[in-house]
Design a protein around this ligand. Structure first.
Ligand code: FAD
Length: 425
């Protein structure tokens, strides 16, 4: 936006007694997008003692219970008191086998509505946080943020938590592999017990594998209540109707086995998470902004887990800001992205072998080691345990391909059936 007129500042520069140069939190902080990353960062900034004005810019006018965060609770996090359920055991199923595992760290379910409510209450108490709801950021140039209201704001520091552009996902980092984790989930009640409380079904591959690597994800709250999601890992959007059909079939099979039916749908969630190793590796402070959340590459390439990476990332960013040195930070090390590239290349090259490959990990790697690896808390021995559980030769081939200087982009081995390629919501 060259040639923009002077924009109102979020803070009066002269108000900063430390006399910090432009680009410091003292000039006011703008956070674009008040989703998980934006809200979490604002909470952390306040807790870290940042007193500069913080303005959140968000197109939503209100928050619903639009998603559920599931992850292994390997560490403290700011919303731990809101965890709705904890499962000490989890299971992966293929048509051939079921692997139940228990570890010292539970798998948890964190409902988005509770997190949004809690974060907003903390921010409203802070005194230096302004929430501008119902406004959309249309552009950023240097220190200026343009809104769809026609306003232009000036901020010393701009954190960008808007979803990544389609082009960012398409180009990712270099020419590496990429998948889309697409899902639809329903919280349902059944007339009679159909679920096994205490066991989270992370991947039940006993569903059609026609459109990609597909599975049901079942988080039971009790014998008659669960969040049931149909998920597909595919190289392209498979379409909402494919996901809806997978979910309906999976739910029907569960109910048939328990001689019952769904009596109530309590909620629905849909999503498409990019599985793109190195997604945020383009300069973390591009165009004068500091990327956060998905835009910064939070979802891990091989898994899509993003909740804990976001919490770790914003904690570091907030500490930088509190120390008067705001700056962009990478989401994770290059080694993890490289490993994920190798794994995704294998999945893309042989999707039919995907369920067996994933089940093999849960079968052969000791539970705590695998959890630390998946949650990016693994040490060398955890990584070695994971690698030795996987078929060596095919992975070696992908490792060589991933390391080649002019590596080719893998195309998905399977494409969605005609008429089923509507973009995912
Ligand atoms: C349904 C769903 C379920 C998920 N489940 C899990 C899970 O179980 N475990 C896990 O680890 N991860 C999960 N994820 C992945 C990830 O944790 C979430 O997507 C998380 O919300 C990402 O946080 P974010 O702040 O990057 O994005 P969001 O929370 O989506 O926030 C982005 C914000 O930007 C706003 N915005 C959009 N356009 C503009 C604009 N032009 N100007 C200003 N603001 C804008 C949006 O309204 C939104 O509030 C899930 C994702 C989805 C979609």
């Amino acid at each position: 936006m060259p040639g923009m007129p002077a924009a109102p500042s979020l803070a009066r520069r002269s108000a900063d007694p430390a006399g910090r140069p432009s680009g410091s939190p003292g000039d006011g902080i703008a956070i674009l997008g008040a989703g998980l990353a934006g809200l979490s960062l604002a909470v952390r900034l306040v807790e870290a003692g940042v007193r500069a004005p913080i303005t959140l810019l968000e197109p939503r006018t209100g928050y619903g219970d639009d998603r559920t965060w599931g992850f292994w609770e390997t560490e403290p996090h700011p919303f731990a008191h809101l965890v709705a359920e904890r499962w000490p055991a989890w299971r992966v199923r293929t048509p051939a086998a079921a692997h139940i595992r228990r570890g010292s760290v539970p798998y948890v379910r964190l409902p988005a509505a509770a997190v949004y409510r809690d974060a907003l209450a903390r921010l409203d108490r802070a005194g230096n946080v302004v929430r501008r709801m119902g406004v959309r950021v249309t552009g950023v140039a240097g220190a200026q943020v343009a809104l769809d209201t026609g306003e232009r704001l000036h901020a010393g520091v701009i954190y960008d938590g808007r979803p990544p552009e389609a082009t960012q996902i398409a180009s990712g980092h270099g020419r590496g592999p990429r998948l889309l984790q697409q899902f639809v989930g329903r919280r349902v009640r059944t007339g009679r017990p159909a679920f096994e409380p205490g066991v989270a079904d992370l991947m039940d591959f006993r569903v059609s594998q026609r459109h990609g690597i597909a599975f049901l994800y079942v988080l039971p709250s009790g014998p008659c209540e669960a969040l049931v999601e149909a998920t597909v890992f595919a190289g392209q959007p498979v379409g909402a109707e494919v996901l809806d059909r997978l979910l309906a079939e999976g739910l029907a099979a569960r109910c048939r086995a328990a001689d019952t039916q769904v009596t109530e749908v309590l909620g629905t969630e849909r999503g498409a998470i990019p599985m793109v190793p190195g997604l945020g590796r383009t300069p973390a402070r591009a165009g004068g902004t500091i990327a956060i959340g998905t835009r910064a590459g939070a979802p891990r390439g091989a898994t899509g887990y993003a909740y804990l990476p976001i919490q770790r990332h914003v904690a570091v960013l907030a500490a930088d800001a509190a120390a008067g040195r705001p700056r962009g930070r990478g989401m994770r090390g290059a080694g993890t992205d490289w490993l994920d590239q190798v794994f995704l290349r294998r999945l893309l090259r042989a999707p039919d072998a995907g369920p067996a490959l994933l089940a093999r990990l849960f079968d052969r790697v000791p539970a705590d080691r695998l959890v630390r690896f998946l949650m990016e808390r693994g040490g060398v021995r955890d990584h070695l345990a994971v690698m030795s559980a996987l078929p060596t030769l095919p992975l070696l081939r992908e490792a060589l391909a991933a390391s080649a200087p002019h590596r080719s982009r893998l195309r998905p081995a399977r494409t969605a059936a005609a008429g089923e390629t509507a973009p995912n919501p």
